[in-house]
Ligand binder design. Structure first.
Ligand SMILES: [Zn+2]
Length: 289
């Protein structure tokens, strides 16, 4: 490219810990390569339960917001993020699987009018000016209402950030060159890792997820970022969210050796691009450097 500008990727996430479970190894890799990585977290996760049985609830009593902020700061440090922003909304809690819209609190992010979060995200997009943005698909990647809201807010803000007529007071318009969705639960990935674990004589935690994704729309993987060397960083970032993860739990039952050997990628779908690149891609910046 003739104009040398720092390459920057920005991800929009719903809750603190999503950045550690979706695209974390990719972000750690890009940070190591000297690229700028930015995460926007839409909610503070204040309604999160303590999901770590090794933690004493008294430790967190009445200070969930503060604790999750500290956990997020630690994850950002581990992932070596260039910047982290809070969009400042309150999460919806974790509804029961399949009962996503029942009893959502009125003040939650999922029920907020679009304008407020869109305006804040436009301001960040125009300030950071990323070439690449990663967000969730229209089903939220998985159907949590805050995740679906992330999709709506991201897509509206991407359009508005590029529009000179919109939010003129919030900085120079900026059009993001490439937009991706995370694909966390491709059937192919789950089935590959499930079989690999069983073949190795290990228990697989993925059977239940394979059943769940059967009812979920599948997206085309256009882009796989190889990140075997950063799986360990991803794990540490996830563990930094101490209240949210059980170190003995589901996410840690699948060994890194199995993942590194059989699916050493994080998967994405390219949904909008202003540049030419050959599909399948191995780099979110394909066509940009
Ligand atoms: Zn989430």
């Amino acid at each position: 490219m003739s104009e040398k500008r720092e390459l920057c990727v920005l991800a929009v996430h719903a809750h603190p810990d999503d950045e550690a479970s979706k695209g974390a190894a990719t972000f750690a890799r890009y940070a190591d390569e000297g690229l700028r990585t930015v995460v926007v977290t839409c909610t503070g996760g204040e309604r999160g339960d303590i999901l770590n049985p090794q933690m004493d609830p008294a430790e967190v009593e009445g200070r969930m917001t503060e604790v999750r902020r500290a956990e997020m700061a630690e994850a950002a440090r581990i992932l070596n993020l260039g910047a982290h922003y809070w969009l400042g909304f309150v999460d919806s809690g974790l509804p029961d699987w399949g009962k996503w819209d029942e009893g959502l609190p009125d003040d939650c992010f999922a029920k907020a009018p679009l304008e407020a979060p869109v305006e804040r995200l436009v301001e960040i997009l125009r300030k950071e000016r990323p070439q690449v943005v990663v967000t969730y698909d229209e089903h939220g990647g998985y159907p949590h209402p805050d995740h679906i809201m992330v999709h709506k807010v991201s897509m509206a803000a991407l359009d508005a950030a590029a529009d000179p007529e919109a939010y003129a007071e919030l900085g120079e318009p900026h059009r993001v060159a490439k937009v991706y969705y995370h694909i966390g639960f491709s059937r192919e990935r789950l089935e590959t890792l499930h079989s690999a674990a069983l073949d190795a004589g290990l228990e697989s935690p993925l059977g239940e997820w394979i059943e769940r994704v059967k009812g979920m729309p599948q997206h085309e993987i256009t882009t796989q970022v190889e990140c075997a060397a950063w799986l360990e960083v991803r794990k540490r970032a996830l563990l930094a969210h101490r209240t949210q993860v059980d170190p003995e739990g589901f996410w840690f039952q699948l060994s890194e050796e199995i993942v590194a050997k059989h699916w050493p990628y994080e998967d994405y779908e390219l949904v909008r691009s202003d540049v030419e690149s050959a599909i399948p891609e191995s780099d979110l910046f394909a066509g940009l450097r």
